[in-house]
Design a protein around this ligand. Structure first.
Ligand code: AHM
Ligand code: MG
Length: 336
């Protein structure tokens, strides 16, 4: 198995194809398509400051939020790339009200994977030149191959994911993903448009000293979260912890995975299930976290065990270094 820093993502995908449980090559093609779309979106994100594509596109997505132009563009690029290559049977996107069935009329259509995607997460950061990301999640369909995809193909517990990953458009652009055999990070060399294996076998430190939460909402948080925040701030043992919150899930998660930390987006008195979406944000990040020896919870139990009920469902999210998430769960168990 290739594991050195000269390894390109393309080589890594080919090399690891045979070790994958269902190695028909379809998943490899799919990851390749995401790699390609990532490069296109990276190009668009990087030139965002240069051309007049900033600002709202004028549309509002199903969550009632304004879409910015780059969200729309990233959404189009990912969907187009996956459609053109005819490698998935369905796509669901945070920016689309309904899932998209691909080639549903073609009975010869043998593709077995569905992709769920948040094409540009943290998009409120675009116009201030702060890192944003793309999050993706891949499942095998549960309905018969050759038939049109159905809602149940998308509403699977996160535990069923066969792959998940994110692209971070940061000081450098990275693609980080797992196929259920650990987590690997690849950094884009923009001069030649190639991703290199820069971060093999990424793992959350068991505990860290960073907590990431939007403390502006403190008064609305459940008592358990308030108590945990006070615990993080207390001068005792290795505390107080450092507070770091970018407001871009991918970036906050990425930093915490490297340095050790916890990210929390709890429910509040103004948002009964928090803000983040189970299918497009929490499940893929939870799968990556578990594969990186971290933990992801809704405050009470594993995110990956939740049975989704709708495409755009939201869920409270506690994710990061294992011991830190366990401590937050303890506080929640005492005073939710
Ligand atoms: P988005 O999908 O509309 O970009 O929202 C998700 C983002 C996350 O990346 C980030 O962690 C969170 O929203 C920040 O929310 P808030 O500004 O409420 O703290
Ligand atoms: Mg998002």
């Amino acid at each position: 198995m290739l594991r050195n820093k000269n390894t390109t993502l393309g080589e890594y995908i080919i090399e690891n194809q045979s070790s994958f449980q269902y190695s028909s090559g379809e998943l490899s093609k799919l990851i390749n398509a995401i790699r390609l779309a990532a490069k296109v979106v990276n190009y668009e994100v990087n030139k965002a400051g240069l051309v007049d594509i900033l600002g709202d596109a004028g549309d509002t997505n199903i969550q009632g939020e304004d879409q910015q132009k780059l969200d729309v563009l990233a959404n189009q690029k990912f969907i187009q790339t996956l459609k053109n290559r005819e490698i998935v049977c369905g796509i669901a996107s945070e920016e689309e009200d309904h899932f998209i069935a691909i080639n549903s009329s073609d009975q010869q259509h043998q593709n077995k994977y569905v992709v769920l995607i948040d094409p540009l997460d943290g998009s409120s950061n675009i116009d201030v030149n702060v890192s944003v990301g793309t999050i993706f999640s891949i499942y095998r369909r549960v309905t018969p191959i050759g038939t049109p995809v159905a809602m149940e193909d998308f509403l699977q517990p996160g535990r069923n994911q066969v792959a998940a990953g994110y692209i971070i458009y940061g000081t450098s652009t990275m693609l980080v993903y797992t196929t259920g055999d650990g987590v690997n990070g690849f950094t884009l060399n923009p001069a030649i448009g190639t991703f290199y294996l820069s971060h093999p076998n990424m793992q959350f430190p068991e505990r860290g000293n960073i907590y990431s939460v939007n403390e502006g909402n403190y008064n609305h948080f459940p008592q358990g979260v308030k108590n945990y925040i006070k615990y993080c701030q207390k001068e005792e043992e290795d505390r107080p912890y450092t507070s770091r919150y970018i407001g871009s899930l991918v970036s906050d998660f990425h930093r915490n995975m490297i340095k050790g930390g916890i990210y929390i987006y709890p429910k509040s008195s103004t948002a009964s299930n928090g803000k983040l979406r189970l299918l497009y944000e929490c499940n893929p990040m939870a799968f990556i976290a578990e594969q990186a020896q971290g933990k992801a919870s809704d405050g009470f139990g594993p995110i990956l065990d939740i049975k989704p009920e709708e495409l755009h469902q939201r869920v409270p999210f506690f994710c990061g270094s294992k011991k830190m998430v366990e401590k937050a769960e303890e506080f929640m168990a005492h005073q939710a």
